[in-house]
Design a protein around this ligand. Structure first.
Ligand code: LMR
Length: 352
């Protein structure tokens, strides 16, 4: 949906009154004029995201809001809109670029149209631990990626974690790659993810995050891949019969700010913002792991889904199937960036 369409929708749909007021105030204009914000006025940062409050991103966004309020004496107000209540995952990037909102933290996959290299982090079994993902994202590969995003006119602020992704199904337990054959599976928009499931004989379907629950419930999808916190908070485990702890892929976020807004922030506010984001990022990565572990415990305790855990020899079989994916994909991206992903991982995958 275009931003203009969103404006129309908010005129006719009973929605949160405050939201409608905020949005309608901007409907007459095509972009928000930050010159109107004087030094004395409150600075409003609208931070839109699509996941639940009780997720790593949901909690970190709220913590960031609370710290910014405290550290700027209330001058900066970060308004967090969770669950896609303001914009869906397919709308939020455009809304950010046009200045209707000031912050988002999309999954890396959702930036693939802008910078295809983000899809490297969709490669199944790229690294085996979160520490290795952090090393890549905090190192040369992450810096290069951020540079590419920056050249597209956005301000990359931090990489946040969710966790490793797991598989769910309504058809049968998934242990072998061949168990995915014929399944209709929801994916985020990413060529790597599409090829990943096509290689398994499944049918990948791109779908907005907030439409997945209904599609699973109605049987329009047979399965999906996501982290435990997204599965638990969106109740996918209640409309699926089988969960496989596969840890086959990584779901991480890039926190982004509108460039024009960022550049016009007073220097002292910008400094507080950058320091606060840095601090929240360290915190977020710790709680992300805890939240996912805790919510896996809740899923196990509810006894409402059959759980399969891949053994290390199962994982080797899946890794073998995906080898050709590495060969085709790694040649698609900037070679300097690919090298920065870590030679040993790459060589191992290219020359088994
Ligand atoms: C998804 O679409 O599955 C995720 O990107 C949602 C999110 O933001 O974690």
């Amino acid at each position: 949906m275009q931003v203009a369409d969103a404006c129309k929708r908010f005129r006719t749909t009973p929605f949160l009154l405050l939201l409608a007021a905020l949005l309608l105030a901007s409907c007459g204009r095509q972009a928000i004029d930050y010159e109107q914000v004087s030094e004395e006025e409150k600075l409003i940062i609208r931070f839109s995201h699509v996941v639940g409050e009780d997720t790593p991103k949901g909690q970190a966004a709220r913590r960031f809001a609370a710290l910014m309020k405290e550290r700027t004496g209330g001058r900066v107000e970060v308004q967090v809109f969770a669950n896609g209540s303001l914009y869906s995952d397919y709308e939020e990037l455009k809304a950010l670029q046009e200045g209707y909102i000031q912050m988002i933290a999309p999954s890396l996959s959702k930036l693939s149209e802008l910078v295809p290299e983000v899809e490297a982090f969709d490669l199944p079994f790229l690294y085996s631990s979160l520490d290795e993902y952090h090393r890549a994202l905090d190192g040369e590969a992450g810096r290069r990626l951020a540079g590419m995003i920056e050249r597209k006119g956005l301000v990359p602020l931090a990489y946040w974690d969710n966790a490793f992704k797991q598989l769910t199904s309504s058809l049968g337990p998934i242990r072998q790659p061949s168990d995915m054959k014929g399944m209709t599976v929801r994916i985020m928009p990413s060529e790597v993810l599409s090829k990943q499931f096509t290689m398994l004989g499944a049918k990948p379907v791109e779908m907005s995050f907030n439409d997945v629950y209904l599609a699973l419930e109605k049987g329009q999808l047979d399965g999906q891949e996501n982290t435990i916190s997204n599965i638990y908070t969106k109740r996918f485990h209640l409309v699926q019969d089988h969960l496989t702890i596969s840890n086959h892929g990584y779901l991480g976020y890039l926190v982004l700010m509108n460039r024009q807004f960022y550049d016009r922030l007073p220097q002292e506010i910008r400094q507080v913002l950058v320091e606060t984001i840095r601090e929240v990022t360290i915190w977020e990565r710790q709680v992300a792991d805890q939240i996912n572990k805790e919510q896996l415990g809740y899923i196990k305790a509810c006894d409402c889904i059959n759980i399969t855990e891949l053994t290390s020899s199962d994982r080797v079989r899946w890794q073998q199937v995906f080898k050709p994916l590495y060969k085709s994909e790694l040649t698609r991206w900037d070679p300097v960036f690919v090298k920065a992903l870590g030679l040993s991982a790459i060589e191992e995958n290219l020359h088994p």
